[in-house]
Design a binder for this molecule. Structure first.
Ligand SMILES: Nc1ncnc2c1ncn2[C@@H]1O[C@H](COP(=O)(O)OP(=O)(O)O)[C@@H](O)[C@H]1O
Ligand SMILES: O=P(O)(O)OC[C@H](O)CO
Length: 501
């Protein structure tokens, strides 16, 4: 059978994966490579662009070994978002290491912009806020730090892009410099209402327009791979940032549907349909996807630390040797003890955006042991999720948007292996938590985009659904008890906010 395969590239913060699917979106082969992390200064996080490229090419070749590359109907790319690259248009060589979304080096630049009152313009055009998380100040930093870069950028000799754009450029042999609307929406340079780069923002951040990639729909004929790379000219048919791709993988196609991904951090997105809901609770407004020129929007809550709290318990404190031990310990913990861990290791994201906050543990007594601390780490993820969902509900109600985000939560990511956490999450929310059979929802979303582009899978609203339930967690806790616990968390949180060392 020809043209019967699809490939997803999932280039994430800590690893690069390629997955080969059949047209029913059933995975046939997976390859993964760790991505080395560089921390050249406190708060700085970088990736080597050649590592990103080499990992992508190696995993692609691995999943395509034994397969006729000409049978692949399309590639979908999904990626860690916001991470910023700058490269030479003629040679494809990067001028600097990629500055990763977690990198805080431009905090002062952002604070200055906020103090000058740029926050309103930024929020109105981009749905975001002046924070180092997003790409624009990272790009400005590179243009200033690399000798000659600004002049070369003005001449049109350089390209800026997020990881999707960089991979597309390399895969097409330097023929295509493009991105998709969902990735563009994370740069601080893109007007999410007009669907275009914004000249006023480009001036504000000092970014030459000649650097920018062309912005396309998430499903588009992005270009074909250089035949020498994979043995055939394979069309790249879909691209999307990883959290948006996870929404598609979770089939959150109707307004009000929410997915929450628990990996290193946690990203919860609710579909708000054609309405870009402006948040009054410091959530982000972002493009969920753009298909046939029509945009769907999402409200997003980004929490910087979720599974990473367990990594700290493992690597920093050494009180567990593997994340999978956490469930057993949480079950064994003393129910009478109320210990709270506020995991503000790198500050707090939505809805607080407090870069100065630092992690703390409250409620320790002589009877507290590792089980209570581990339980507190798992609980912190659920408490933070409830804060986000309540903020989403308030924002959507204020905007008169349709759909109720608190009705059911679709979850994915490494941490949802923890049954205990998922049950506690359902208890706190007072709502069902659905864990899908296919946990690789991000890659699934990218494959789905490629399939739509190839005409092999149904677009949203079509009859076929690629989503299947593994397990539904139902709330059993009394509402009053759930509220009492959430109030205990908020008290701990209040004592942590703004607590700079
Ligand atoms: N059984 C488990 N219980 C709880 N957390 C887990 C379990 N297994 C993995 N994790 C957590 O999941 C995270 C990894 O998830 P993953 O989705 O691979 O993250 P990322 O894509 O951000 O690298 C780790 O932080 C780890 O602590
Ligand atoms: O690579 P992940 O899964 O940690 O996701 C990173 C997000 O896209 C950052 O916004």
């Amino acid at each position: 059978m020809t043209d019967a395969l699809l490939v997803a590239i999932d280039q994430g913060t800590t690893s690069t994966r390629s997955i080969l699917y059949d047209t029913g979106l059933v995975p046939r082969a997976t390859a993964q490579q760790e991505l080395p992390q560089h921390f050249p200064s406190p708060g700085w996080v970088e990736h080597e662009p050649e590592d990103i490229w080499a990992g992508t090419l190696a995993t692609l070749r691995q999943v395509l070994s034994g397969v006729d590359a000409a049978e692949v109907a399309g590639i979908g790319i999904t990626n860690q978002r916001e991470t910023t690259l700058l490269w030479d248009r003629a040679t494809g060589r990067a001028l600097h290491r990629a500055i990763v979304w977690q990198d805080r080096r431009t905090a002062e630049h952002c604070a200055r912009l906020a103090a000058e009152g740029a926050g309103d313009l930024i929020a109105a055009r981009t749905g975001l806020l002046p924070d180092p998380y997003f790409s624009a100040t990272k790009l400005a930093w590179m243009l200033d730090a690399v000798p000659g870069a600004r002049a070369a950028a003005e001449r049109g000799a350089l390209c800026f892009g997020t990881v999707d754009s960089f991979l597309l450029f390399r895969l097409t042999g330097g023929r295509v410099h493009a991105t998709d609307a969902a990735n563009a929406a994370r740069t601080l340079l893109f007007d999410i209402h007009r669907g275009a780069w914004d000249e006023e923002l480009l001036r504000l951040f000092g970014i030459p327009a000649a650097l920018l990639p062309e912005v396309r729909d998430n499903v588009s004929a992005f270009g074909t791979t250089e035949p020498a790379l994979l043995g055939a000219a394979i069309p790249v048919r879909g691209m999307a940032g990883d959290q948006q791709a996870a929404m598609m993988g979770q089939a959150c196609f109707a307004p009000g549907m929410v997915k929450s991904t628990y990996g290193t951090g946690c990203f919860a997105l609710v579909n708000t349909g054609a309405v870009a809901v402006a948040s009054r609770n410091r959530l982000l407004t972002t493009i969920a996807w753009q298909l046939e020129g029509r945009r769907a929007y999402a409200l997003e809550g980004a929490i910087f630390t979720a599974g990473a709290a367990l990594q700290w318990l493992r690597d920093g404190l050494g009180i567990i040797s593997h994340a999978s031990e956490a469930d057993g310990l949480a079950r064994a913990a003393d129910p009478a003890q109320s210990v709270h861990l506020v995991p503000a290791f790198t500050g707090l994201g939505a809805p607080h955006w407090d870069a100065a906050a630092r992690a703390a543990i409250f409620g320790l007594t002589r009877g507290t042991g590792r089980a209570e601390i581990v339980r507190a780490a798992l609980e912190s993820v659920a408490f933070q999720t409830r804060d986000l969902i309540e903020a989403m509900e308030a924002d959507m109600a204020a905007a008169g948007a349709s759909g109720a985000p608190g009705r059911v939560l679709r979850v994915d990511g490494g941490m949802v292996a923890s049954d205990w956490t998922m049950q506690f999450l359902s208890d706190l929310l007072g709502a069902p938590v659905d864990r899908p059979a296919v946990m690789e929802t991000t890659a699934l979303g990218a494959a789905w985009l490629a399939g739509v582009g190839a005409g092999l899978t149904a677009p949203p609203g079509g009859t076929a659904s690629h989503w299947r339930l593994d397990r539904r967690f139902q709330p059993v806790m009394e509402r009053a008890e759930a509220d009492r616990r959430q109030a205990g968390w908020r008290d701990a949180l209040r004592r942590t906010l703004g607590a700079a060392p």
